[in-house]
Ligand binder design. Structure first.
Ligand code: MG
Length: 249
């Protein structure tokens, strides 16, 4: 099948769904507070995505039971919202996907609950910087490996590790299209990027080791060593110049 190149019209629809996803995340971040249950975030996500005329992508995806992934502290990705109460000092990754007019948007942010440690703040800042470094490397004529290595170098230069078992991905009519986009790699390797390719870049960065383990719920992925982890994601489109970030309000 290979990497699907989108037309300008298709990218325009992805811009709309991207804006919806970004808006949902913005509302969630604005409402997040200590004492809140993670299921309340899921309810807000469901309400906001419906308000924008879109559908949540994750609910029912391979049986995932919620609208939103909520991953706290040592949880990396795919956390299921529930009765857990957020406490001051926690860090929370919110990952939202939506579908609108046949196209998908996917984005994630990590935020602190109230006051968080300096180390947690640095991890969050570095993970967002790693995503931005990946986006900056995502230019027509560069390769997929150039994105991967830009993300990896940013995280590892701060002494952190990038998760290896989970990757970014192509995105379009399907949430997961080719290619997989690892957050580590070799510059100049892999397919050459072309205008109209659309990707979800999503570094997952750990303070400790990169290894992971999955919970008995078969969804929640956490660090094997119990260290905290952050996750940022944007859906982007390759253009003739700098990549366009689609998941912005
Ligand atoms: Mg994704």
């Amino acid at each position: 099948m290979g990497i699907i190149v989108k037309s300008a019209r298709e990218v325009a629809v992805m811009r709309e769904v991207g804006r919806i996803v970004a808006r949902v995340l913005e509302v969630l971040v604005g409402q997040l507070r200590p004492g809140m249950k993670t299921i309340e975030l899921d309810e807000i996500a469901a309400r906001e995505v419906a308000k924008q005329g879109a559908k949540p992508s994750f609910k029912g995806y391979r049986g995932f039971p919620a609208n939103l992934c909520v991953s706290v502290n040592d949880e990396i990705v795919h956390g299921i919202p529930g009765e857990r109460v957020l406490r001051e000092g926690d860090i929370v990754s919110l990952d939202m996907g939506a579908i609108y007019n046949g196209f998908q948007g996917d984005a994630a942010v990590t935020v602190g609950v109230g006051e968080i440690s300096a180390q947690a703040r640095d991890l969050i800042m570095t993970t967002e910087s790693a995503l931005m470094a990946g986006i900056a490397a995502a230019r027509a004529g560069a390769t997929l490996g150039d994105i991967s290595v830009a993300i990896q170098n940013c995280a590892e230069s701060r002494g952190y590790s990038v998760v290896r078992e989970y990757t970014g991905h192509g995105i379009g009519r399907d949430m997961h299209e080719e290619p997989q986009i690892p957050n580590y790699g070799v510059a100049g390797s892999g397919p050459v990027l072309k205008k109209g390719m659309t990707f979800a870049l999503e570094p997952m960065v750990n303070i400790g080791d990169w290894r992971t383990r999955a919970d008995n719920d078969h969804w929640t992925v956490r660090t094997a060593d119990g260290s905290i982890s952050a996750h940022f994601e944007h859906t982007i489109a390759i253009t003739e110049g700098e990549a366009e970030v689609l998941t912005v309000v």
